[in-house]
Each structure stands twice: as C-alpha cells, then as structure tokens.
Design a protein around this ligand. Structure first.
Ligand SMILES: Cc1cc2nc3c(=O)[nH]c(=O)nc-3n(C[C@H](O)[C@H](O)[C@H](O)COP(=O)(O)O)c2cc1C
Length: 411
C-alpha cells in the first residue's frame, strides 16, 4: 500500500515531490527519461545559457570530495558551470521529454546575462513545452563575474531579471537562491517583487574540501590552481534546512519553497517538508547512489504517512518550522540533567572524558567498576555526554525546574 504523495506546486500537479535538481543528473533526454522511469516526479533540467553571450568551458578535473574519517563522500565540491551543450540540442531534448512523458513535470533552469537573454531562454523553454522555469541566480563559479551567485546577491538584479522573465512567458517561475549570503529573505522578497511564484534553496555553498599536502594545492587541482567553489551533499543539509525555515517563517513572504541540499533518504526529505518545503530536489545523492534512491524516498515517506494516518503531505508541510523561535525567546526556567542507564553502560568512559574536558565536570567515573554517574548539582544539561556515548539510548535526561529545583519524571 502506498500513500498519496501528490503535491500541487505553483498550480502544477506532481505525482510526488521528488525532483532532480539542475546539474549533470539531468543533462540530456536519455538521462531524464531514465530518471522519470525510476519514479522521480519531476526534473529541473541542467541550466541553459545562450552561446552567443558566453562560451562555457568546463574546468577539469572539476570535482573534489570531502571524506571524513571512514565515511566517504560526506560532501562534494564542484567547479562546474552551466550546460556546455548547444542550446538547440537541449531545447530539442526538453520537447522530446515532454512529448514522451506528458504527465511528468519538466522545469527548465535558465541563466542569462542581460535582459534579452533571460527573455529568449524563457520563451524557448515555454515553446518547447516546459511546465515551469527556475532562474539560476546562484551558481557560485561562473567564469563570467557578473553571473550566477553574484546576481543572487544583488536584490535589484534579482527583481529586474525576474520581471523580464515573467513578461516574456506565461510559465510559473521559481527563483533559485544562493546560500552565499547572510540573509536570503530580502533576496526572496526581491524575487517576489519581480513576480516570482516560488523560491528554491539552496544552490551550493562556496567551500574548500581538501588539500593535496604533497603539492600544497587545494583540490580540485585545476592545472596548479583551485578556488572556493560549490559544496553540496549531506554536509550542507543543516545549512539548507536553516535557509528553508527562514524562508517559510519570513513574515509576509508566503511563497512555496522547493527544498534542496543534502537530501539522500526519505528522512532527509521529511525534514525539508517539516521545515516548510513543498517540493524537493536532489543532485549529490544521485551522483553517489543513482536514480534508484527515489524508491527509498517514496517508500519511506509513504510508510511514515500510513503509520501516522496522514493522508496528504499538506498536513505536515511546515509543522516543525512553526516551532523555530528566536533564541532570545527560549524558556530558560527549565533545565535538564543527564541520566545514565547503568544496565546499558559499557564503561568506556567517553562521557566522562568529554564532560571533564569539554563541559562541566559533572560525570563521575569509577575506574575500578568502570561505571559512570551524574553529579546532578553540577550537570547543566548540555547533553554532550549523550551525544558522545557510543551506546544508543544509554544516556537520557530528565527535566529540572530551575526555580523550585524539583525533579520531574525521566522522559
Ligand atoms: C556537479 C554539479 C553541477 C551543478 N550544476 C548546477 C547547475 O547547472 N544549475 C544549478 O542551478 N545548480 C547546479 N548545481 C547545484 C544543485 O542543483 C544543488 O542545488 C546543490 O548541489 C545542492 O543539492 P544536493 O546537495 O542534493 O546536491 C550543481 C551541483 C553539482 C554537484
């Protein structure tokens, strides 16, 4: 049994919220067809540009990965540009895909340099049958300095180009935001002012993943040089979630959001939905595991909904975002203290070491019996011990009322 994962995003019906984000995973018709067949509800096609304005030359090698200890690929750095395929080939592919998959959604991602380019690309996409447009205001490594995320940091340019696109076609328009900015909300308002129907976030974060310590050169090593370029994958998810919830909670914005950044599993997808995204996009998870990851997403999300009697995704969108408040508004009357389950404790002493050197010296450790205990008078409830403990659920916590100092039941 499967749940109904349909969403309506900007007036367009998606069979499920899962889409390819604009990147090599949606580079041409044959790839996109395989993605549709695998179950993806929609595709944001690799960003189109016009050759007459700018010749795209891809740097090589253009990828570097962030491996952390024994976990490979926790993040990916890329130095890729928008598509280097001829515009005519891409437009032909979009038309072919819409002909063969009329019920699947195709979003054309475009990037112009001047008003005329944006208008031309919008019209060409509409004529080819695209259902929607995504305006790429956010690629952090365009070889032209007045393009990509530099546009996305300029409110007037975002508003102006959005307006041009809206005038040039009748398609719903989504503005793709750069995370390389302190506050995304004013840029989203600028896009709204220009007539955008939705916001997508995030594009990649400028970063440096690794250094070749023999050659003393950061990676990717592009003929002896490197650059801070787009970072994606699981490591960026916490930042992406923050931006999505900022957008969802921004008073007066009220725009549907397509959430992007580090989605690999159904739980990642659920996190984005709970923080306010209606639509979801993925690249790095597909680069790592292939189109098939959508099966886990569909099944996991569906099971979650069945277990909780949720009949529509609308019931959960934004439910966790509503609980995000300003840190100055936290209720500080209540505090927690750690509780160690003696039966589960394996006596490794990790909680003791971390509390002793990184917190409040509130864990007592008997080196003979190798058992740990909490000194509740000293414990400030930071829960560092719980987070470093290698045993799942060995350390929990209980609530303490800091005014009356009465201990409540263990959670
Ligand atoms: C190799 C590569 C190429 C990309 N190319 C584009 C692009 O052409 N247009 C665009 O809007 N975003 C591009 N992106 C950004 C992704 O669409 C996405 O916003 C970002 O990678 C975060 O999602 P993820 O963590 O699921 O990869 C690219 C990302 C990667 C890794």
């Amino acid at each position: 049994m499967k749940s109904n994962l349909n969403i309506n995003f900007c007036g367009i019906q998606f069979e499920n919220p899962f889409c390819l984000s604009s990147s090599p995973v949606g580079n041409h018709a044959e790839m996109c067809a395989r993605a549709y067949d695998a179950g993806w509800g929609g595709i944001v096609y690799k960003t189109l540009g016009l050759e007459k304005s700018f010749k795209v030359v891809m740097p090589s090698p253009r990828l570097s990965v962030y491996n952390y200890m024994d976990r490979k690929f926790v993040g990916l750095q890329n130095a890729e540009q928008i598509t280097d395929r001829p515009i005519a080939d891409n437009i032909r592919d979009i038309a072919l895909l819409k002909k063969n998959y009329p019920k699947k959604v195709l979003i054309s991602s475009i990037m112009g340099y001047v008003d005329e380019d944006w208008a031309t690309l919008a019209k060409m996409s509409e004529d080819a049958g695209a259902d929607m447009l995504e305006l790429n205001f956010s690629c952090p490594q365009m070889a032209r300095k007045d393009a990509g995320h530099r546009v996305g940091q300029d409110f007037h340019a975002v508003e102006g180009f959005t307006e041009v696109v809206k005038k040039a076609c009748k398609l719903p328009v989504m503005a793709k935001m750069t995370p390389n900015i302190t506050d995304m909300v004013p840029v989203a308002f600028a896009a709204k002012e220009g007539g955008a129907d939705a916001i997508s976030a995030i594009n990649t974060i400028k970063a440096i993943t690794d250094i070749d310590i023999e050659k003393l050169t950061p990676l990717p090593n592009i003929y002896g040089h490197s650059a801070a370029t787009g970072f994606s994958g699981p490591s960026v998810k916490p930042v992406a979630l923050r931006f999505v919830s900022d957008l969802y909670n921004a008073k007066g914005l009220g725009m549907p959001i397509s959430g992007i950044g580090g989605i690999e599993t159904w739980k990642d997808a659920l996190h984005f939905l709970l923080l306010g995204a209606t639509n979801l996009q993925v690249t790095t998870g597909i680069l790592r595991y292939g189109y098939r990851i959508v099966e886990d997403m569909i099944e996991g999300l569906s099971d979650f909904m069945i277990e909780r009697n949720i009949t529509s995704l609308d019931e959960i969108i934004g439910k966790a975002a509503e609980k995000i408040i300003d840190p100055s508004d936290f209720n500080t009357r209540y505090q927690v203290v750690s509780v160690i389950d003696e039966q589960k404790c394996i006596g490794c002493g990790q909680c003791y070491i971390s509390c002793h050197d990184g917190a409040n010296q509130a864990i007592l450790f008997d080196s003979e019996t190798r058992k740990a205990n909490v000194d509740e008078e000293k414990c400030v409830g930071c829960l560092l011990c719980k987070h470093v403990c290698p045993v799942w659920d060995c350390i929990s916590y209980k609530e303490v009322d800091t005014e009356v100092m009465k201990h409540a039941a263990v959670f």
